[in-house]
Design a protein around this ligand. Structure first.
Ligand SMILES: C[S@@+](CC[C@H](N)C(=O)[O-])C[C@H]1O[C@@H](n2cnc3c(N)ncnc32)[C@H](O)[C@@H]1O
Length: 264
């Protein structure tokens, strides 16, 4: 994956700030506006299809069936949530972001804009539906941000199983029933300073379980919730727990040193 060059010292940072952020450029804003317009037309009908199917079954629908009911609706985070993702990325300065749930790339474009402004880092994002992955690639390219984005088509439990690089920021916004599974899958790769950010839905039992998971002291996370939309749960590792946590891959305690590296 591409590594971006640095800012070139304080003078470089001043030049960069004078130019404004990537997120506010006409090119990026045009793609985000297009995606919002698509969402205005397609999100409600998609949610209605899910509600009708759940009423018919008398049960919740997840996985491939729910994704198919979503069809090509963006189902994106809101602009306020997007700005939060941008700001968190700027603060964390991640080498690698992993995103569960690309859809058409709205959130991905916020992450990639921040990486562009930082001058380094990349994002791996994964989407179950081939058509959505293809459209996301086009949207990211239209925003001029393809250089730091890798889109993996398929089930996140497979596409993220072979991560061989440490992860500094994990964003959970895919199938509601898989947040804990994806977190557990990526956990061995999280750096000691990693942020885990999860987009919540109203009245979603799996998200209630996710909140319990990251708030359970034995899991070793410090967690808070930002009241944007249905809630955005932000967790980091308790430094003491990160020091003591044992990597399942190696049986060795994971580092919490300044390098942020993990032992595997
Ligand atoms: C809420 S949307 C993501 C919105 C996106 N993060 C944004 O803000 O633009 C959830 C997406 O996750 C995808 N998805 C569902 N299950 C998945 C899985 N097991 N692996 C990868 N993607 C999945 C769905 O097809 C859908 O496009």
């Amino acid at each position: 994956m591409r590594k971006w060059s640095g800012h070139g010292g304080q003078a470089g940072i001043r030049d960069h700030c004078a130019m404004g952020s990537t997120l506010s450029t006409d090119r990026v804003q045009a793609v985000l506006a297009r995606l919002r317009r698509t969402g205005e037309g397609e999100d409600e009908p998609a949610k209605l299809r899910v509600r009708d199917r759940e009423a018919e079954l008398g049960d919740k629908v997840y996985g491939a069936e729910r994704a198919a009911l979503g069809a090509q609706a963006p189902l994106s985070i809101t602009p306020a949530a997007g700005k939060l993702l941008y700001a968190l990325t700027i603060a964390v300065q991640p080498s690698l972001i992993v995103e569960f749930g690309t859809s058409l790339g709205y959130s991905t474009i916020h992450f990639a804009s921040a990486l562009q402004d930082l001058g380094s880092g990349s994002i791996i994002t994964t989407e179950l539906l081939a058509d959505k992955a293809r459209l996301a690639a086009r949207n990211v390219a239209d925003a001029g941000l393809s250089g730091c984005v890798e889109i993996r088509h398929g089930n996140a439990l497979g596409t993220l199983a072979d991560l061989d690089t440490d992860v500094d920021l994990l964003f959970l916004d895919g199938s509601n029933d898989l947040y804990i599974s994806v977190l557990e899958l990526v956990e061995p790769r999280l750096t000691a300073r990693a942020l885990i950010v999860a987009d919540m839905s109203h009245q979603e039992p799996h998200h209630a379980r996710y909140r319990e998971y990251v708030n359970d002291p034995s899991r070793g996370y410090l967690t808070t919730e930002i009241p944007i939309d249905a809630g955005i749960v932000v967790s980091t590792q308790d430094p003491a727990s990160a020091r003591d946590r044992v990597s399942p891959a190696s049986g060795q305690a994971r580092s919490s040193g300044a390098s942020g590296a993990t032992a595997h």
